[in-house]
Design a protein around this ligand. Structure first.
Ligand code: ZN
Length: 103
């Protein structure tokens, strides 16, 4: 998986920085080296929204009734899916230079 880099100076944006940004509602990432602000691409937001909601909804609506999971079991499995999704999000999220109207 290609590493995310600053569009301006090539400084690597770490997975940790991306994760922080995502958990704080797609907060823009400022490059440590040159201060260039990057924001998440709109398409990434869309993909993430689907990845976060779709497996959980699928689980709750279909699997839990099909397998006969109890409420607490569904909740635990849902949390595990959510955790896996959050860990994998930095690989999915793509950032681009911030546009002026956002700042
Ligand atoms: Zn930079």
């Amino acid at each position: 998986m290609a590493q995310q880099k600053c569009d301006n100076c090539g400084q690597v944006i770490t997975k940790k920085e991306i994760q922080h940004s995502l958990l704080k509602g797609y907060r823009p990432i400022t490059c440590n080296n040159c201060g260039t602000v990057h924001q998440i691409k709109e398409i990434s937001k869309l993909i993430i929204a689907m990845l976060v909601t779709f497996p959980v909804v699928l689980l709750v609506l279909l699997l839990s009734t099909a397998i006969g999971l109890s409420g607490i079991q569904t909740f635990v499995v849902g949390l595990i899916i959510l955790a896996i999704t959050i860990v994998s999000l930095p690989f999915i999220a793509k950032y681009e230079l911030a546009k002026n109207h956002e700042l």
